[in-house]
Design a protein around this ligand. Sequence first.
Ligand code: SAM
Length: 328
Amino acid sequence: MPEQFGHARRAQWAPLTVRSKYHSPMRPSTTDANYSYDMHRQLEQDPARYDRMPSSIVDPKSIDAWRHDRMRSAFLPFIAEWPGAKWLTIGDGRFGADAHYLLSHGADATASSLTDHTLRQSHEQGHIAEFASVNAEAIDYDDGAFDFVVCKEAYHHLPRPPIGFYEMLRVANEAVIMIEPIDHRNGGVLLKLKGLVKKVLRGDGIAEFEPDGNYLYRVRPAEIGKLLAALNYTTYAYRPFNDFYVGGLANKKASKWSLAMRCTQLGILVQNALCRSGLLGYGLASIVAFKREPSPEALAALRDADFAIRDLPRNPYLTTADEPEADS
Ligand SMILES: C[S@@+](CC[C@H](N)C(=O)[O-])C[C@H]1O[C@@H](n2cnc3c(N)ncnc32)[C@H](O)[C@@H]1O
């Protein structure tokens, strides 16, 4: 899910020393979560990879910026309905572009990623405000320290995604918002065709593992709903969408007269038409895990922004102070 960083390039990282007490340092294990942390830390600090700021910050009129900000537009109804809310971005290791988007739309945002390597540079150049190095699977903040926690295209990099999910949920007061690839394993013939088109256009197809070295953990919105139901939360929301990325078009202008822009929009339009007719599954979704039941006004604003709202089943064996106990 690149923002101009040579996505197809296979990650190169130095031999790792795993710090786990369960493995000999002579035989680094790739089944240990530390392996993923070390690998991603090295990638975040690789000067060849992060030699320039992402397009969303320095080239906002490019197609690449348009694509990423289109994804981030999922934050807008929340910024409008929860003015003054405190936001934390997770896995924002591309110079804090997610926090930059939130700040430029008036939100109070702290940027975080596994390292603060690119975040510090972005801060020094005035693109982001607060920043911190945070491991999604061990977040060093108190419960409910933020109102919203957002994670764009980083959850699928985690070695233990549900642990990351529970950590994000813990430090959020209102909701966790994730923008992630969707699991559409049983997508049928058209999914295979989509894989072929990707391979021809950008050389990477539909893969189980990414060039960064991580397993691509795709989610289903309903799975997030199940995790919430087990904790007796009431609501989740999601907005599925398609994206169209071809490296050669990324730097072109996103003006309505540009041929590159028309190709990008056509790529999205064709996928949308196939999805609406049930022949293909959407590639990505913005998924919102609520910790509190949103107000009717907030839900209406989300519906207006094309979010589907799902009420979770209520646990009949639990009562709140103002409810009568169920008969046993
Ligand atoms: C594909 S990038 C997404 C960057 C940014 N969210 C965006 O969309 O522009 C994934 C990011 O997640 C970070 N990451 C990977 N594992 C992580 C972990 N355990 N905790 C926090 N961040 C992690 C990576 O280092 C990388 O910066």
